[in-house]
Design a protein around this ligand. Structure first.
Ligand code: AMP
Ligand code: MG
Length: 410
């Protein structure tokens, strides 16, 4: 098989074609706030309160009236009480009086300025304050974080831990989100054995179902693992029917390369509309994409590294779009290569590497050993892809390369 086949499809075009074909799901559910982490908001979320609810102190110190800020060098104030967070001081504060106040405590009536405790002199109930104070300093205004009625999130927002906290600060305990995606997957191959059974000659353990499970779990979808399916027309057909019956997305690994038995192709052509592509990329050249019944179908190549690369490059963004949020921008950084990388023009490559900052503050990257698409170690040891564009004809030590840190995928 020639990896540099000029009739291969450009990886970016394949990506765009897939994204264009995907329609987001619209069904929603109302769930408790904690379960909404990493889910997608399905309705406007507005604040019914001011956050913070009352004007309060940003410091431990002394609350005074700004009109009392001394004109002379220092001035003495009479301490008339204490305001604690959650336990306000309820009396009025008059001229030349002050109230000891803790961070988060409501500002007593009439006061608008807090003097840090480090900036005063305390002599029993006489507090000396200097003239270096500014009116309204160290005070957080009611509604300064979020004003009552403000639109906080709109549909499509993907919820991170800070977002969950923000919603909690509004006192909202349940929200409407897009329902979880249902993803079914299985592996194909007569040589594959599940863990727990001893290997016989020519057999290998099925690892793709574990990497797929891991990648899907990170995204937060409902997973239906249909196991290993033998390379027979009946087994493949019944698994496709079962998988597509209840799933939004069906993912398989193996069985889509040119050398593979043709019945997979025949079966898929009978059951749905599926395109078989040769993509100008390495790893991950063969790829099938289409629809079976109502489910989108991704036929990923069988090699363990190819499965992961094609998942990250094609499937993840499709899942994100189907979940109702725009694909996250991937972080791309320039790094100095510490390895010589061989490559011919005509396809893009996703080599695996480890990057770090050197003493000069430059990113450097080293490739993780042998880059065969069956060598899962090269992924496991890596913390980034080294992306080599179509026209690249290799990289010398010291050349700049583009790296894609895994943090933005995994
Ligand atoms: P295929 O795409 O089916 O021709 O498979 C390509 C290579 O990947 C072969 O060496 C397979 O044995 C291997 N392979 C396929 N599926 C799996 C799997 N689920 N786990 C580990 N290796 C696999
Ligand atoms: Mg196979």
């Amino acid at each position: 098989m020639d990896d540099y086949d000029p009739s291969s499809m450009d990886a970016q075009i394949a990506q765009q074609h897939i994204l264009h074909s995907i329609n987001p799901i619209t069904e929603t559910e109302i769930i408790p706030l904690r379960e909404a982490l990493h889910r997608v908001v399905a309705e406007d979320i507005r604040s019914t309160i001011n956050v913070p609810g009352h004007t309060n102190s940003a410091m431990d110190g002394y609350a005074i009236r700004s009109s009392d800020i001394p004109n002379e060098e220092t001035k003495q104030f009479k301490l008339i009480g204490t305001a604690w967070a959650g336990r306000p001081f309820n009396d009025k504060v008059s001229n030349n009086e002050c109230v000891r106040i803790m961070t988060g405590a409501a500002m007593p009536t009439n006061t608008d300025t807090v003097v840090m405790q480090e900036h005063v002199q305390v002599d029993d109930s006489l507090i000396t304050i200097d003239n270096k104070q500014r009116a309204n300093q160290n005070v957080r205004q009611a509604g300064e974080d979020i004003a009552e009625g403000a639109l906080v999130f709109t549909p499509g927002k993907f919820l991170n831990p800070s977002d969950i906290g923000l919603i909690a600060s509004l006192g909202i305990g349940k929200i409407k989100v897009i329902r979880k995606l249902r993803v079914a997957f299985f592996s194909t191959g007569d040589e594959l054995i599940s863990i727990g059974t001893p290997l016989e000659a020519g057999q290998i353990y099925d690892s793709n179902r574990y990497t797929l499970w891991g990648m899907l779990t990170r995204i937060g979808v409902e997973i239906n693992d249909l196991g290993v399916v033998r390379d027979t027309p009946e087994a493949v057909e019944s698994s496709f029917l079962e998988a597509s019956g209840n799933a939004d997305i069906v993912i398989t690994s193996g069985g889509v390369s040119v050398g593979d038995a043709d019945f997979v192709k025949e079966t898929l052509e009978r059951l749905g509309e599926v395109n078989f592509w040769k993509v100008a990329m390495k790893p991950g050249r063969p790829l099938a994409f289409g629809k079976i019944k109502d489910a989108y179908f991704f036929g990923l190549p069988g090699n363990p590294v190819s499965v992961m690369v094609t998942f990250y490059i094609f499937v993840q963004a499709a899942i994100e779009k189907m979940m109702g949020h725009e694909p996250k921008p991937r972080i791309q950084i320039k790094a100095i290569s510490k390895s010589k990388l061989r490559k011919r023009p005509g396809r893009v490559e996703y080599q695996r590497g480890t990057y770090q900052l050197n003493e000069d503050g430059d990113y450097i990257v080293e490739r993780t050993g042998e880059q065969g698409s069956g060598i899962l170690r090269s992924m496991s040891n890596a913390n980034c892809f080294i992306f080599l564009p179509m026209e690249s004809n290799g990289v010398s030590i010291g050349d700049k390369v583009e790296i894609w840190p895994f943090d933005s995928f995994i």
